[in-house]
Design a protein around this ligand. Structure first.
Ligand code: 13P
Ligand code: ZN
Length: 267
């Protein structure tokens, strides 16, 4: 049986997946099997690996022609992030989308079924290609603080939520100048949640799935993790002052606008 050839770039990518999966667990955002990661690794997988035989084949809920022939690392459904951190290849799969876009093959290392959120992951990956975006990955996780805010009626308003988060720390506007999007509750793992998520990503690189978690996209996993971590810090500052019995003063609108020029922020 042919085995995956671990070239340097692939090894580095797997190491980064392990590192970030470990952070998700340490942060308390990844109870049990919470969260999932998909990365388009077509550019780094190597020609030999691309031809690996299929271990298993699964059909896709709708045709993903844009992704034909592309190769992805995808965390497995039901797998724990704390285990992905130890060995990404034993708790996730390398998959190849078929030439007609109707199915995908698992090509390495074990027959591990991809995340239940694959419909969202793949429809968003397909939209990256349609738009010529440099984004390569999606990261979904369950940050307690940001989920908590999605339960509070006042903060279900996207403008109000971002106003609060940006006001808590200057870095939040510097790192997430387009703010976080808000997607109303939908059943996890469905095309319905994928369809609500897609348009929200036109304006944002990170969105909150109401009462569920966050969904972030990017070019590399570390920067994408940082988006979530930065918003989470703001949510904690707000909650901390409130839990001490105060209301945070917050940065003013002028304070926030004053970051645009010095930090070269493009809105
Ligand atoms: P999976 O185990 O299928 O990836 O699901 C975890 C999750 O967070 C669903 O939203
Ligand atoms: Zn989830």
């Amino acid at each position: 049986m042919k085995k995956l050839i671990l070239n340097d770039k692939l090894k580095m990518q797997l190491d980064e997946i392990a590192e970030i999966a470990g952070y998700l667990w340490q942060k308390g955002w990844a109870e049990r099997n919470a969260g999932n990661i998909s990365i388009n690794i077509s550019d780094i997988i190597g020609e030999e690996n691309k031809k690996l035989p299929a271990i298993a084949t699964y059909s896709l809920p709708l045709s993903m022609k844009e992704l034909a022939g592309d190769i992805f690392y995808v965390t497995g459904t039901g797998k724990r992030m704390r285990d992905v951190a130890k060995d990404p290849l034993m708790h996730g799969a390398i998959v190849r989308v078929a030439a007609d876009g109707n199915s995908y093959d698992i090509i390495a290392e074990e027959n591990i079924k991809p995340t239940s959120e694959l419909p969202s992951h793949f429809s968003i990956m397909a939209s990256f290609k349609e738009k010529g975006s440099k984004n390569k990955l999606v990261l979904h996780t369950h940050p307690t603080d940001l989920i908590a805010f999605s339960h509070i009626p006042e903060f279900k308003d996207e403008n109000r939520l971002n106003e609060m988060l940006w006001a808590m720390h200057p870095e939040t506007f510097i790192v997430v100048p387009h703010g976080v999007g808000f997607v109303p509750y939908e059943v996890p793992g469905t095309m319905a949640i994928a369809n609500l998520t897609l348009p929200a990503l036109d304006k944002h690189d990170i969105i909150i799935w109401e009462k569920h978690g966050v969904f972030a996209v990017g070019e590399n996993l570390t920067d994408t993790f940082d988006l979530i971590d930065t918003l989470s810090k703001s949510a904690q500052i707000y909650a901390f002052t409130k839990s001490c019995g105060y209301s945070p003063e917050g940065l003013s609108k002028a304070d926030i606008e004053g970051l645009i020029e010095p930090f070269g922020i493009k809105l």
